[in-house]
Write a protein that binds this ligand. Sequence first.
Ligand SMILES: [Mg+2]
Length: 374
Amino acid sequence: MARIVSVVARTVRVPLDRPTAFANRQVLARDYALVKVRTDDGLEGIGHCYAGNFGGKVVTLAVRELLAPHLIGKESTEVELLWKELYQEVLLHGRTGSVMRALSILDIALWDVNAQAAKLPLYRYLGAATRDPVPAYGSGGYYLEGKTPEMLGEEMASYLALGLQGVKMKVGRLDPAGEEKRVAAARKAIGPDALLLLDANNAWHDVPTALRYCERFADYDPYWIEEPFSPDQIDNHAKLAERININVATGEIEAGRWRFKELLDKGGAAILQTDAAVCGGVTEFKRIGAMADCYGVNMCPHWFHDLHLHLVAALPNGEMVEYFADDQVLNFRRIIDRQLKIVRGKGLALPTDPGLGYSFDEKVIAKLDAEAWA
Ligand SMILES: [Mg+2]
């Protein structure tokens, strides 16, 4: 038993070395909202989320003003009760988006501190579903000025060379013919058998346009097409899934088990990419994962491999994590103190340290901007 004695939050803005483009936007910097939850046994749990180019302070404000006061003095292991109370607080302010991210990262910090108290890595504290390394795919394939399809192919092959189980690239920014050249180059570079994943980042608005692209892509045997539409267009996801021979994957910016249920009921996703730092924390991720299992749907969570490795290893329908080999696009890697190791051909080695198994690198964070923990 341990009581929560302090909750602090802050924003960190980490600039990208090079402007990097997706189907429908360009990124220059990334904001992360960070929290630390301390208990009276002297342990400290952490939580973190991505908050867009400039939205970090919206999340940290929600932590400080809305949610943190609610946690002080409470028993840290009562995660379900605390989740219910925090959710009551967010009802008026945001059941998805920044306020839900604030709830999510506090919930993650509670699981971290509780697993530390139990002296177990988080995946074991959650009831390990495996002892093996967690399969991982190399994620990248962004649009950069001057990057040719051949260069994209080399990048994809480099992820397989690291010993990862598949590769992912962006699609949807160019016209269908231009995108087909990129997908063809990626398939050629990785050979016929490796998993090739395509991420459209909400590129399309209507089913006919999505079909024009996906029918060309199908020749290159992609395992999934990711986020073809905005998360609100659940019906479009379902219609596209009916028309193509490629699995539809989505869910990285969706929150709450009810919206995921609607997505699954309508047949809008064959794979869920739920992000614990977005959907409502570890507590909500577990619920969504169990529900997805009933639909025969596996969990392939969105980025933060350091966090999500634990959840994939703890769920019977956890399939693989998204791994960023460099720190250019997922520059969160720069602000933590440990990195996961790849076991060649198998995936990411399960950590042995208690809790999440990593902390923030305060020296690096202090240099990035002037905002203090509060
Ligand atoms: Mg994505």
